[in-house]
Write a protein that binds this ligand. Structure first.
Ligand SMILES: Nc1ncnc2c1ncn2[C@@H]1O[C@H](COP(=O)(O)OP(=O)(O)OP(=O)(O)O)[C@@H](O)[C@H]1O
Length: 204
């Protein structure tokens, strides 16, 4: 279980801090809802470890992780800026998430090729990120996150720029992740995303 325990945070110019408190079970997707500017992306950044809380804790399986370095947390994030490595091709971008710094095994390479094909990116493995459209970059970022198979997936507007056919494929992949026991947190203004993926909502 992921527990957000009385987490508090404020930006320097903010007078009253935000308070976040909820739990998400393994295999569950919680949609974080609230008006624009209410702190949804900030909350995901706190859980990912890109921001430090003023008070409170983040617990995974009962263990505090809010002081752990972002890359050591059992978490993968897909944020609006996709953070692809511009000097590495698509295959390496995705592969690094699976085995950082290690040459990909044939089985992993096959897994990536098959995921790319499913998401309509057949043969894109050797392309550089600069040669992709916005929607194609978004798909690569999502596939990279999904194939990492971390216990917790943080998704901030994950389907931006994607057509409905591609979304259906990615919804199915994300629902498979839930079935495998992954915990998902979703921030999305898109009602279809929330309807298809979320089991529960938490309002800010
Ligand atoms: N680095 C920052 N420094 C100061 N204020 C910030 C910073 N990042 C975000 N904010 C402010 O914090 C508030 C919450 O931002 P956040 O992006 O978390 O909201 P959100 O709920 O995700 O909004 P949206 O639905 O529009 O994406 C906004 O008023 C924003 O201007």
């Amino acid at each position: 279980m992921l527990e957000i325990d009385r987490l508090e945070f404020r930006y320097p110019e903010q007078t009253t801090p935000w308070h976040f408190h909820f739990q998400v079970e393994a295999g569950e997707c919680l949609a974080i809802q609230g008006p624009s500017g209410s702190g949804k992306s900030t909350l995901l950044s706190l859980i990912a470890g890109f921001l430090q809380p003023e008070a409170g804790r983040v617990l995974w399986q009962g263990q505090p992780i809010h002081k752990t370095k972002p890359w050591q947390r059992p978490i993968t994030s897909v944020f609006q800026e996709h953070n692809l490595f511009e000097h590495l091709d698509v295959l390496t971008n995705i592969g690094l998430g699976i085995h950082p710094g290690v040459k990909l095994a044939a089985a992993d390479q096959q897994r990536i090729d098959s995921a790319l094909a499913k998401a309509g990116l057949d043969g894109f493995g050797n392309r550089m990120p600069g040669e992709l459209s916005g929607g194609q970059r978004q798909r690569v970022a999502l596939l990279r996150a999904i194939l990492r198979q971390q216990p917790i997936l943080l998704l901030d507007e994950p389907m931006t720029g994607l057509d409905m056919d591609t979304r259906q494929v990615l919804y199915a992949m994300l629902n498979d992740e839930k079935a495998r026991g992954a915990t998902l947190l979703l921030v999305s203004h898109d009602e279809e995303d929330r309807r298809t993926l979320a089991d529960r909502h938490w309002n800010l």
